[in-house]
Design a protein around this ligand. Sequence first.
Ligand code: UD1
Length: 419
Amino acid sequence: MSVMYLRGGRPLEGELTVHGAKNSVLPILAACLLARGPVTLRNCPRLTDVTAALAILRRLGCRAEQEGHTVLVDPTGASGCSISEEQMRAMRSSIIFLGPLLARMGEAHLTYPGGCELGPRPIDLHLGAIRALGCEVREDRGIHCQGQPRGGEIQLALPSVGATENAMLCAVGADGPTTITNAAREPEIGDLQSFLNHLGAKVQGAGSSTVTVEGGRTLSGGEYTVMGDRIVAATLLSAAACAGGRVRLSGVDWRHLATVLSVFHQAGCRVESRMEYVELERTRDLPLKGVPTIRTAPYPGFPTDAQAPVMAALAAAQGCTLFVETMFDSRYRHVPELIRMGADITTEGRVALVRGVERLHGARVEASDLRGGGALAAAALGAEGTTVLSGLNHIDRGYEGLEGMLQALGADVERREEA
Ligand code: UD1
């Protein structure tokens, strides 16, 4: 079993380019199924979720391989239309293959992506979107969809990121135009739109709540660079807020982090946002301050994925901070672990009250979800003594070599194999 040893107390200093965004690259990989020629993707992070997506593409008859940060997908020979239960369970976002699979093959057989560490993760909006595009959806020990999609009107009851992307991907291969209303507005949807248009699609409106897709255009192959990961950036900034010091991150657009940066600013950090970089500085002797209620919300609200890392920083602030998690049922699994490290946090349903303590201390803790894992690493760097962090399989889904990134910023971290 791999564990991370993190020794707190050393301020973070330095510059880093943030790797490509997991939440961009996964739908873009699924979108490759729609292309009629080879696709080269640059800035692809090396993550276990990316490996899982490549395995799905290979099962569907594509050539799909990663070398460093470049991925090559050749979908020319794609022929399969089913994804195994094992592959569906390996990665929650495997459901994102449904739309492009139907668009390409007129048929798709999948199983449910399975339970989730964040609580139930229904897919009713994904299936509703597919039905609105004229396809038949049968749920019988799995999901069986049939029919060549045609354009339609999709009204999402919630601005779901995955359902918006699935709808876009199915609509690109549909006959006729599609309008998606109440679409999610996350920046990764804009990245997917840019990718699709780069290959010859006509998609408009990403970033607003109405997305339109012309449909029926043949997509070519091409080359594309995936955007940087704003949540990895938020985690590294949280680590600097925990440990103190000064870090400068490039490769992400600070405007995608505006709500997170505003919290760090209110907590007493110096934040400098430029087109080329975002910098955060915290003087170690000056404690952070608690901030007014942090309520997670769909973009452009405060991202649910940044809730845990930011909580790690505010756990050792002067004063209280109230968190309200509006997106997922079970997104406080890092809290008992932070409490092991000396935090004073009470949760009730979707609300968490963080009473800042003077300092956290090292402990043996376990990550039980991806961003919670990032939060525990950040907390450990501000804590007194050594933290031993396990559950790294969750962290490796979305952070490429987290310990390497933290080391590059001067942190005392190492990964070890333990029996
Ligand atoms: C994406 C991100 C994830 C992030 C989340 C919210 C990817 C790969 N993952 O996940 O990191 O935490 O957005 O920003 O991009 N819902 C339904 N029915 C559905 C679909 C969703 O009720 O069919 C609900 C969910 O339970 C949740 C809310 O909608 O309460 C938002 O979920 P959604 O935006 O779909 O998240 P994901 O796309 O799964």
